[in-house]
Design a binder for this molecule. Sequence first.
Ligand SMILES: [Zn+2]
Length: 153
Amino acid sequence: MIKYALQCANGHAFDGWFRSSDAYDRQVRRHLVTCPNCGVTEVEKQPMAPALVKTRRATGTPAQAAHRDTGETGATQAESARPPVEVLRAFRRHVLDNSEDVGPRFADEARKIHHGEADARAIRGEASQEEAIKLHEEGVEFGILPVLPEDHN
Ligand SMILES: [Zn+2]
């Protein structure tokens, strides 16, 4: 995935995620990229280098994602060192114990909470990579549950 810093014809700055620079070009040409602030489709890249993000191609199983309450500080972890599995397990148990399982409705529910159409609460569920990217584009905050060794059984 490539993240581009974009700017609309009215000067609003926002981020967009694209599969490739070709995909970006295609979507802009077809007016599929709209400014989240004013909705115009005249957008262009801000002059800066795109940030590359490594994504794992989801094979069969959808990514597990958890929505966190906005007030919560959450478990921020250093990207360089992967915390020990006990920590991940404890974090995941905390999420599982303190969130409502909405299953495949995760994306819809997270979006509703984000827009204030549903009670603000911690939810968890499943989202495809595409859904996760879309949520991210819409500014919906969520985290990905860590994968544990026992998940591969
Ligand atoms: Zn705009």
